[in-house]
Design a protein around this ligand. Structure first.
Ligand SMILES: Cc1cc2nc3c(=O)[nH]c(=O)nc-3n(C[C@H](O)[C@H](O)[C@H](O)COP(=O)(O)OP(=O)(O)OC[C@H]3O[C@@H](n4cnc5c(N)ncnc54)[C@H](O)[C@@H]3O)c2cc1C
Length: 396
């Protein structure tokens, strides 16, 4: 077994360039943008210039042909400044466009992917519905074939980037009698589409990342907008969730790292009882636990990403080791990240509770990662199911 915990020179360059951009372009705008709950204008053009948008796409589509380790590293690095905007970039590039890339025809990919790489198109993915969250397979959105068109009716809730999306991948029942085996995947262009509408949802955390309630009302789609095969939606959905859970673990890692760095600095500067608070053992305990939590989380996430990159189809889904590893990565990162966010606020005392140091913003964003992309409870169910499937014979 070759174990090498160092990033390559190329990976270090990626991290450096993304970090420099995040602190110079993103950071100065964050406090104000968060208060107003607006995404910084030009975000996707900026990430296009950094080469992040099509990071795993083949060069013929305008991508950088890198792997999921690099994607995770890019998302972690953006999240050192903004967990929310890292999620927004990930929702577009990994959840929507990468999922599309795995399932669309060559012509569709050549039409769409280059525009996602340049930042011209922003994407979103629609799984969740008002009455179908964890139980996503009970979705009510229906697609009915009429001649050579699909007629779509239904709604999708909590859709990241919904309010500004140019492109959407979503799931609908094409054969409701067949339950999960009657679900298919569709694509559409929201801004050009009659029968598509969106309402922005207000949130306490993940502000700057726009979230929407999308409604389809007799929306007509050409038949070729069904992607990945009729009634094959579940395989598309579950394999997409694996790469989503792994790469979006980066959102939590970035927040954890920032919380630790900010806490280290603050605790050595803040003097109480004539000493820096970092000299008190109960503060040191928190710092040590934050460090251990971050390091362990990093290992969970990067080992899953590295394993994914070794697979021929770089894909998971039900019945694969990657399914368990991906669920475990986001489960662990999500829960440890929330604890680290809380400790960071505690170390900063009253100042931490205010906006100046940004630790509360990291915490509010971070809490989402125990809910989004399948809740902690659902991830535990997946891990247990996959452990029992092969009694952990693979050891992965
Ligand atoms: C900011 C944000 C962004 C999001 N972005 C997207 C997006 O881009 N696209 C998208 O499709 N969705 C998105 N989501 C939706 C997200 O994936 C769902 O919120 C999540 O899957 C949980 O569904 P729910 O909110 O309906 O909760 P519910 O499913 O109603 O769950 C409520 C509680 O019950 C628990 N529970 C449910 N079933 C079980 C069970 N069998 N055993 C034990 N406990 C159970 C849950 O774990 C949870 O604690 C987003 C959500 C948010 C808040």
């Amino acid at each position: 077994m070759a174990l090498n915990f160092n990033f390559t020179e190329e990976q270090k360059m990626l991290e450096d360039s993304v970090y420099k951009w995040a602190v110079t372009w993103l950071e100065p705008q964050m406090e104000h943008a968060y208060e107003l709950d607006v995404m910084p204008e030009g975000l996707f053009k900026e990430t296009a210039n950094l080469g992040i948008n099509g990071i795993v796409f083949e060069e013929k589509y305008g991508g950088a042909a890198m792997g999921y380790v690099e994607t995770l590293l890019a998302y972690e690095t953006i999240a050192r400044v903004s967990n929310a905007l890292s999620m927004t970039v990930g929702a577009s590039q990994t959840l929507c466009f990468d999922n599309f890339r795995r399932n669309a025809t060559e012509k569709q990919k050549l039409d769409v992917l280059p525009k996602s790489c340049t930042g011209e198109y922003i994407g979103c993915l629609g799984i969740t519905e008002p009455n179908a969250g964890s139980d996503a397979m009970s979705m009510a959105t229906k697609a009915v074939k009429k001649g050579d068109k699909w007629i779509i009716n239904g709604s999708k809730i909590f859709i990241t980037n919904g309010p500004l999306a140019d492109f959407m991948v979503f799931y609908a029942k094409t054969d409701p009698e067949k339950g999960p085996h009657g679900i298919s995947t569709f694509m559409c262009y929201p801004k050009k589409q009659k029968g598509w509408s969106v309402e922005k949802i207000k949130k306490w955390g993940m502000r700057t990342s726009p979230t929407g309630l999308v409604t389809f009302e007799d929306m007509e789609l050409p038949e070729e907008y069904l992607i990945g095969g009729l009634n094959k939606g579940v395989a598309v959905l579950t394999s997409g969730l694996c790469t989503e859970r792994i790469t979006l673990s980066g959102c939590t890692l970035g927040s954890m790292r920032s919380c630790l760095e900010l806490s280290l600095k603050y605790s050595q500067e803040r003097v109480q009882f004539g000493k820096p608070i970092a000299s008190f053992q109960s503060i040191q305990e928190k710092l040590a636990n934050m460090y251990c939590g971050y390091k362990a989380s990093r290992w969970m996430a990067y080992s899953a990403a590295a394993y994914c990159d070794t697979l021929t189809n770089k894909s998971g889904g039900k019945g694969t080791d990657l399914d368990r590893m991906a669920a475990a990565s986001l489960l662990y990162c999500g829960e440890v990240g929330t604890k680290i966010g809380l400790d960071a606020i505690q170390i900063h005392g009253g100042y931490g509770y205010c906006t100046e140091y940004g630790v509360t913003r990291h915490f509010l964003d971070q809490k989402l990662w125990e809910i989004g992309a399948g809740t902690s409870e659902i991830r535990r169910m997946i891990i247990a199911r996959e452990l029992m499937r092969d009694n952990f014979k693979s050891g992965m």
